[in-house]
Design a protein around this ligand. Structure first.
Ligand code: KG4
Ligand code: ZN
Length: 337
């Protein structure tokens, strides 16, 4: 059994996964309500909440697995990228648990975790495939040829895509990345403009289903290569909202949401198609979007429960990284990027 721990942003999560990729327990404590009144994640508030939640969440996962720490063979934890204070809580918890039991510790790249959500049963997807990773922090197209873990170079921002770029690792190549906002960030900012609160992606998705996607014509950015950009569509929504009187805005919110979502989904789908790949996978929080799932229905879509942050994907990724033996990991650190 692998015990996974994830605290990189605003979800405190722990999971128990077998070395064969069977999910035995998967517990996620979302802090969304806590951050809602601030309109986004407040890093210091997130760290403190992780500190309160991490031990109970780990206990709950072990209980749900019907086991105890004596059944755990490896502890896995997200070490990067993410909010540094939030990551540190998970890393400290994982080190303590592993050290107390003399277990090895597997440091996991959060992005590898998202990709590894595809390696859990029953999906159990085998590379090669082209993976669209679209979350609140990242949006990239990856060519995945091996399940092997990847290190830190992937986290490079704009420009890390394209030919011969940084971000090349064994078994993996970054084909394209967003030049500005991540897709999830674009959903969240759009939702905020439409008065939908935080986190906005799921709320915008729900509202969009009641609207006409053709009522507004939002721009789909076409930047060179396989990179993406979402700042234009966000600005277009801002202007559209500003031009409407309050009653009119209220009446047309669903149409605005539908048009905005369609522009984001179209941009993502166009880039995926432009790779020419016939084996496509989609992971990350935005993979939960109903419009994107419908548009890429033939692709391997991460199961809904594994799209947004969770620890099962971290435990899954740990199966493909080299674990650090006891007690060498005591000096292991978290990195924000
Ligand atoms: O993967 P994730 O949980 O965290 C990061 O690693 O960033 O992704 C969270 C992002 C948020 O921006 C959230 O609004 C977005 O995923 N999201 C959605 C949906 N569900 C979550 N965006 C659009 N439609 C959804 N149904
Ligand atoms: Zn994530």
């Amino acid at each position: 059994m692998i015990l996974g721990i994830e605290t990189s942003c605003d979800e405190t999560a722990a999971a128990v996964v077998t070395t064969e990729g069977e999910i035995v327990a998967n517990v996620v404590a979302s802090q969304a309500d806590l951050h809602a009144r601030f309109g986004g994640v407040v890093p210091e508030v997130a760290s403190r909440r992780h500190l309160e939640l991490v031990a109970p969440v780990v206990s709950e996962a072990l209980d749900a697995a019907g086991g105890s720490l004596s059944d755990v063979e490896t502890v896995a934890v997200t070490t990067h990228p993410g909010l540094i204070g939030a990551l540190l809580v998970g890393v400290a918890a994982a080190k303590s648990i592993a050290w107390s039991r003399r277990l090895p510790l597997a440091p996991v790249n959060h992005l590898h975790g998202h990709v590894a959500s595809l390696y859990l049963k029953p999906l159990d997807l085998e590379p090669p495939f082209v993976c669209l990773l679209a979350s609140g922090g990242h949006t990239m197209l990856l060519e995945v040829t091996e399940r092997a873990g990847f290190g830190r170079r992937l986290d490079g921002g704009p420009g890390s895509g394209g030919a011969g770029s940084a971000g090349a690792e064994a078994g993996l190549r970054v084909l394209g990345t967003t030049l500005d906002d991540a897709a999830g960030e674009a959903f969240d900012k759009g939702a905020r403009l439409l008065g939908l609160g935080y986190p906005g992606g799921p709320a915008l998705d729900a509202l969009a289903r009641q609207g006409d996607p053709g009522a507004f014509d939002f721009p789909v950015a076409r930047v060179p290569g396989l990179d993406l950009s979402f700042s234009g569509v966000k600005t277009a929504l801002l202007y559209a909202v500003r031009e409407l009187q309050p009653e009119e805005l209220e009446a047309r919110r669903a149409d605005l949401a539908a048009g905005y979502q369609r522009a984001i989904v179209t941009a993502l789908v166009e880039r995926v198609r432009a790779t020419g790949a016939d084996r496509i996978a989609v992971v990350g929080g935005v993979a939960a979007n109903s419009g994107l799932r419908a548009a890429l229905a033939g692709a391997a879509l991460a199961p809904l429960a594994l799209c947004t942050d969770n620890a099962a994907m971290i435990a899954s990724a740990a199966r493909y990284v080299r674990a650090v033996p006891y007690p060498d990991y005591l000096s292991l650190d978290a990195q924000a990027s």
